[in-house]
Write a protein that binds this ligand. Structure first.
Ligand SMILES: Cc1cc2nc3c(=O)[nH]c(=O)nc-3n(C[C@H](O)[C@H](O)[C@H](O)COP(=O)(O)O)c2cc1C
Length: 367
């Protein structure tokens, strides 16, 4: 299959007029955000990985009420947590002085605050009933039976991949589209096995590897903030670019003021990977929590998402005292390019910039 044919198929099948995917972002995306992007001809997305079935269904229905266009619904396919009471206790004991600063105590026991899609047949049934145009997987893949059932409902399946092996597994399992997530990306790194060897591929290398290695459309993700970045992704063979951080500061997101202010400040110049907030590697703006996670005496971090139970409690306690620095302030490496613009306007601006970048490139080559 040649790239042009494949690209036409992806854009046509999803009725996209712009090669722009607004990344699914659990805790950040809203029906208003996803619908605004889809209504502009991009692909809006909902992150429902941390929702229960009822909330997820309500969120899908609210989105359908705001747009008749296709949108993407994203679930987490991580291996379910293996609770370890000793690890959890050492962790909460170690965090206790931080909680005490804010007159609070850590949770007595850590809970698995949301269920993996691998363990959630009710979520699968809901997705089949509601049949959004696209369902996407992060952290791994569901079993073949779930993929077949989603396909039978007419749903296009996107799978996040951070290296060639994960991409090969995704294609073999039946994924229709690969989301090439480079290390520049904000938020959780989508690696299938958090204990495995990670080649830490950047978006540039990974997009090219997947676009030339597989016959399915590739969507590039990580560090793309404007039309120049989108044009570069398309030049590498991607059929669209997936932007997360670029959309975080849109007024339609559900983030708090502390995160918004931090993202739009000089602090956005420094991002880092941390496992301390949730239990899995994720890229955040450097803040009090990521710095705490670098302490030399840090004990083993509980499994994802058990650690997130403590992380969210610490953030709530800190926020109640006016301290925003313990939030999950996820952002990609190019975060300083973030703009606080309504999502529809941002989508149109990104398209205009992409066209201008392509025209400028042509002009340069013609010189
Ligand atoms: C705040 C935030 C939350 C995210 N949550 C999810 C998620 O729920 N599911 C997912 O597949 N990817 C998630 N991601 C990763 C994005 O899909 C994408 O890989 C990333 O945003 C691309 O890098 P960029 O932020 O530099 O654009 C998240 C990213 C951010 C910034």
């Amino acid at each position: 299959m040649n790239t042009n044919t494949t690209r036409m198929r992806l854009l046509d099948r999803l009725q996209l007029t712009k090669p722009i995917v607004q990344a699914p972002m659990a805790g950040v995306t809203t029906p208003a955000l996803a619908a605004a992007v889809s209504n502009e001809g991009g692909l809006g997305s909902l992150g429902i990985g941390a929702m229960n079935v009822e909330t997820a269904r309500k969120t899908l229905r609210e989105t359908k009420a705001l747009t008749g266009k296709p949108f993407n619904v994203n679930v987490f396919c991580h291996q379910p947590a293996q609770p370890d009471a000793d690890v959890d206790r050492h962790w909460t004991d170690w965090l206790a002085p931080r909680f005490a600063q804010f007159g609070a105590k850590p949770p007595q026991t850590l809970k698995e605050i949301y269920v993996s899609f691998l363990d959630d047949p009710a979520m699968l049934a809901m997705l089949i009933e509601e049949h959004p145009a696209v369902v996407s997987f992060h952290f791994g893949l569901p079993p073949r039976a779930a993929i077949d059932a989603l396909h039978a409902a007419g749903i296009v399946l996107f799978a996040s991949a951070t290296n060639l092996d994960e991409a090969a597994q995704a294609v073999a399992a039946g994924a229709d589209v690969l989301v090439a997530q480079g290390i520049e990306a904000g938020g959780h790194r989508g690696v299938f096995d958090p204990d495995g060897r990670d080649p830490l591929l950047g978006t540039f290398a990974l997009t090219r590897l997947l676009a030339s290695g597989f016959d399915v459309p590739v969507v590039a993700a990580g560090g793309i903030m404007d039309g120049a970045g989108i044009a570069a992704a398309l030049a590498l063979g991607a059929q669209a670019a997936q932007l997360g951080t670029a959309f975080v500061a849109c007024p339609e997101t559900s983030i708090d003021e502390g995160y918004r202010r931090t993202l739009l400040s000089e602090s956005a110049r420094q991002t880092t990977f941390t496992t301390a907030i949730s239990g899995r590697l994720a890229r955040s703006i450097v803040n009090r929590f990521t710095t705490l996670g670098e302490a030399p005496d840090k004990p083993e971090v509980p499994a994802y998402p058990m650690a997130y139970d403590a992380g969210k409690a610490l953030n709530a306690a800190a926020k109640a005292h006016g301290e925003p620095g313990y939030g999950a302030q996820w952002a990609g490496q190019a975060a300083p390019l973030a703009r606080a613009m309504p999502a529809a306007e941002l989508t149109r601006t990104l398209q205009r910039e992409t066209e201008a970048a392509v025209a400028a490139l042509r002009a340069r080559l013609a010189q």
